[in-house]
Design a protein around this ligand. Structure first.
Ligand code: FES
Length: 64
C-alpha cells in the first residue's frame, strides 16, 4: 500500500525503516526517505505505522 503517493513510498518501506534502522518518528524517517516533502498528507499515516511497529516490538520484548 502506498502511504506517500507523491514519492511512491509504501507501508513496507516505512516498517522496514522502523524495524531495521531504528526510525522512531517521521523526522527520523525523513532522513532516509523523502516522505512528506511534497503535500504532507502522508505524515500522520506514516507516524501511525511507525507507532504500530514500535508497539509490536515492545510487546515482543516483554514476551521474550
Ligand atoms: S503523499 Fe507524501 S508528500 Fe504527498
Amino acid at each position: 500500500m502506498f502511504v506517500c503517493v507523491c514519492h511512491g513510498i509504501t507501508d513496507k518501506q516505512i516498517q522496514t525503516a522502523a524495524r531495521e534502522q531504528g526510525v522512531g518518528n517521521v523526522r527520523d524517517l525523513k532522513q532516509l526517505l523523502p516522505l512528506g516533502s511534497s503535500c504532507g498528507t502522508c505524515v500522520q499515516m506514516a507516524q501511525d505505522i511507525i507507532n504500530d511497529v514500535i508497539i509490536d516490538e515492545s510487546l515482543f520484548k516483554e514476551v521474550s
